[in-house]
Design a protein around this ligand. Structure first.
Ligand code: FAD
Length: 391
């Protein structure tokens, strides 16, 4: 089974490859390749390189700095970036709040936020989940009560990724406690430096600060920082991903992981590892990946030609995130016992074991969250059962 790109798409692919070969800093690519953490400064640098080329926000309308690429071209761009080990840009600004501001923001909000997102001057985090509101997001309890030209915000958000480096947070808050669940919610943009905002870390079991809790204690938010109408925040939240909801298949990430597995097996060959016995598993994952890419490209092409897309993104999200976890497991197995040490050598601070093994366990633990974040697998199954199977 082969995926054949058109001549124009192949030309585009070459253009992207040439750009990455010339502009992606090699030391940054090397960090990404081995799963090492990438600093905010590194991400700012890379975002600005892309922005200079006009490619930081390919999916935005051209008048706001987008590229006008088709969904398939965006897929090609994504795959090439991952293959070259470019770090993904912050999704909160580029994929979530940016498109929402484009759709629901007024001119002042567009001017204030969009260029700053594109040039990595403003960093965002997402304040949706609360201790009692995850899958059932419409149960949010954080309140925003009008007081003159401002809202007074009180409550708590949880699992807020990147809050420790964010300048702003986009939040779902309850503005009408008497209204039915979804109807009394508004969408606020809140400056993280406002008095009364407090951020507390939450650590994942690989030791990384993966999330935070964000507390709001009488935080004053100007009403002009509301996106969309009052009590219509649910509509903004639902539209947040727009076309982005189609880009959830993680094909490019899976390709990168498969490449890593093949690299490891190549390097480990002859060092006592059971390379042959793992080959059948590599082949099985590679077939799953091909099926995922075919399905994803089929849906993207349909969307490019104007077809309405229904529950397909749920299938892509489910299969893509499960495949990442299967890739992780095989990578872990391929690396063998070198995946286990979490510490570095006391004498030299060097990795214990080969370079390629150091962050394999950490990556595997990190990716466990993929089947929860952005809508858990069970919730995706429910959507497919209802919308596709009519159950
Ligand atoms: C890596 C990661 C990053 C995240 N980043 C953010 C962030 O930046 N901002 C943010 O706001 N949130 C973030 N989240 C939170 C995420 O959105 C929630 O974890 C998710 O919505 C699930 O909510 P919950 O954890 O409250 O679990 P719950 O909703 O309580 O679910 C618990 C279990 O019950 C199952 N379940 C729930 N409802 C149903 C149902 N109707 N039918 C069948 N099964 C069901 C779920 O699948 C799950 O297994 C992040 C989560 C992860 C893992």
């Amino acid at each position: 089974m082969n995926i054949e790109l058109t001549a124009k798409q192949l030309e585009f692919q070459t253009q992207v490859r040439d750009f990455l070969a010339g502009k992606l800093p090699p030391e940054l690519a090397q960090r990404v390749k081995f799963g090492k953490s990438v600093s905010k400064d590194d991400l700012i640098r890379w975002t600005r390189i892309l922005n200079e080329q006009g490619w930081a926000a390919p999916h935005w309308p051209q008048e706001y700095g987008g590229t006008g690429w088709s969904l398939v071209e965006r897929h090609i761009f994504d795959v090439e970036c991952r293959a070259a080990h470019a770090p993904p840009l912050s999704g909160f600004g580029f994929n979530m709040v940016g498109p929402a501001i484009i759709r629901y923001g007024n001119e002042a909000q567009k001017a204030q936020f969009l260029p700053a997102i594109r040039n990595a001057e403003l960093w965002w985090c997402q304040g949706y989940s609360e201790p009692q509101a995850g899958s059932d997001l419409a149960s949010v309890r954080t309140t925003a009560v009008r007081d003159g030209d401002e809202y007074l915000v009180n409550g708590q958000k949880i699992w807020t990724s990147a809050a420790e480096i964010a300048d702003w947070i986009f939040c779902l808050v309850r503005t009408d406690p008497a209204a039915q669940q979804q109807k009394g919610i508004s969408f606020l943009l809140i400056d993280m430096n406002s008095p009364g905002v407090q951020v507390e870390p939450l650590y994942a079991f690989n030791g990384k600060r993966l999330w935070n809790q964000v507390f709001f204690d009488d935080v004053r938010v100007p009403i002009v920082n509301r996106l969309g109408d009052e009590n219509r925040g649910w509509t903004v939240a639902k539209s947040l991903l727009g076309d982005e909801r189609l880009m959830v298949s993680r094909v490019s990430e899976n390709k990168r992981l498969l490449g890593r597995i093949q690299d490891v097996l190549h390097q480990a060959d002859g060092q006592g590892l059971e390379v042959q016995s793992l080959s059948a598993k590599v082949a099985a994952l590679s077939i799953r990946l091909q099926a995922l890419e075919m399905t994803s490209l089929r849906i993207l092409s349909q969307a490019d030609s104007g077809h309405t897309i229904g529950a397909e993104p749920s299938m892509l999200k489910l299969k893509g995130s499960e495949l990442v976890q299967a890739m992780d497991e095989l990578l872990f197995e391929a690396v063998g016992y070198w995946a286990l040490p979490q510490d570095r050598s006391a004498e030299s601070d060097a990795a214990i074991g080969p370079d390629y093994a150091e962050y394999v366990a950490s990556g595997r633990y990190h990716h466990r969250g993929y089947t929860i974040a952005g809508g858990s697998s069970e919730v995706q199954h429910n959507i497919i059962a209802k919308q596709v199977l009519g159950l």
